[in-house]
Design a protein around this ligand. Structure first.
Ligand code: ZN
Length: 198
């Protein structure tokens, strides 16, 4: 790609390393950026650096936030007795978009996968168990319906049930192997409403 000159090639290379950005999109973005006013480019690069520097995990639910407690955990109107367990922050965002879930979340940051060598100790399970010391009435397991998601759901259910807490699993309206983040809001709501006890 050196026919563009090394500076722009470097920019294209950096952009195409991002997920979902192929080399054509990377080129289009790179040309767009070099044609932007310098102030806009500076604002963009500052936003990237600031986000990276300041974003951290909520100390309660482990979603990404820039405060110690995320806006959901610190909202007194949310029902802290109902915890929805999701694999990642994007899944949390998918459910938040429905605007109908009033409980709180717990983000595992992954799922158990014996094949990939990801065990229970590699996701935020310990942290979930610690939260159950409080007054929790229901844990809704909303991991993906992939093999890993189901394995994780079963593992969590076995871990929590002896504590006498209601454990439910979102309904299988979510297609098998489907990533929650790509599923429409109606299907997500149906899956939540049709959840079954484990
Ligand atoms: Zn939180």
């Amino acid at each position: 790609m050196d026919y563009y000159g090394s500076q722009i090639s470097r920019l294209i290379e950096q952009l195409s390393a991002l997920p979902g950005i192929g080399s054509k999109t990377a080129q289009r973005l790179a040309f767009h950026i070099v044609n932007m006013p310098i102030e806009k480019v500076q604002a963009l690069s500052e936003a990237v650096v600031d986000a990276k520097k300041n974003v951290r995990y909520c100390r309660q639910c482990f979603t990404m936030t820039d405060q110690e407690l995320c806006p959901i955990c610190s909202n007194p109107k949310r029902n802290a007795r109902q915890i929805m367990v999701v694999e990642n922050t994007r899944d949390l965002a998918a459910y938040e978009k429905t605007g109908r879930f009033e409980g709180v979340y717990h983000v595992l940051h992954g799922a158990i996968s014996p094949m990939l060598g990801i065990g229970p100790g590699d996701i935020r399970l310990k942290e979930l168990m610690a939260r159950l010391q409080g007054e929790v009435e229901e844990v809704i397991i909303a991991t993906n319906s992939s093999l890993e998601g189901e394995t994780t759901a079963m593992y969590i259910s076995k871990l929590i049930k002896p504590a006498g807490i209601l454990v439910t699993r979102i309904a299988s309206g979510v297609p098998v192997g489907g990533d929650l983040e790509y599923i429409d809001e109606v299907t997500l709501l149906r899956a939540l409403e049709g959840r079954v006890e484990l």
